[in-house]
Design a binder for this molecule. Sequence first.
Ligand code: PEP
Length: 254
Amino acid sequence: MKKRKMVIGNWKMSPDTLKEAQVLNDSIKRKIGSIKKTIAVICPPSIFFSTLKTRSSSKKFFYGVQNVAKERGGAYTGEVSASMIKSLGAAFAIVGHSERRAMGETDEDVCKKIQALLAEKIRPVLCVGESAMDENANYLSFIKNQLTKGLSGVVAANITEVVIAYEPLSAIGAKNPITSHEIHQRNIFIKKVLADLYGKAKAFDVTILYGGSVNPDNARELVEGGEVDGLLVGRASLNADDFFRIAKVMDSLS
Ligand code: PEP
């Protein structure tokens, strides 16, 4: 079965107020209704979740969170559990984003978070990506390590629930993405790692996204050239029009 294209918007710690978040959310919801085949997901700050009416019955528009606690419940001040976000309608959750890894999130944490999410039937979006390329291609072992450690508790029956987002650090919040040729190489490499872990058929069913300086003008080239299943979008997801234009590109490629 052909995989549906996917676009995920990561609002990060924006916008500043609930009022602005409501305006952005309403505007995206209004526009995204005309998207036919693509799965569109927005990940607002979880503090805004209940007010944004994130419980949606749509089969193509979903909400996700940007992080989740690795523990299922208990005395963990400031944390938000998978069951809490599930009860507010979250269908996806980003884990292992490089900005969180920079704050200390380890591969072991990522692994636990993925387990907690799958137990609540929330789809984890596992971010992997090298901080720099090197001549000896050590960056490939780095990506492989992130994948194998993060997925170490995931059995074959669940692997297609996990979305992999390849995000090289050099392209996040940057001026330009990496080339679609480079994305294609990493995509093949990620599929190879998944095939070694779960078999070829499963590996080809896993949704693999690219993220890093995506905008409406480069979206087509990145997805077509990189042969990825979609995009994880930061800055451009804070503009309803840009996010919608990217989703429209995905729809035309579906
Ligand atoms: C991100 O942080 O996941 C991201 C892709 O950001 P941007 O699109 O702004 O580069």
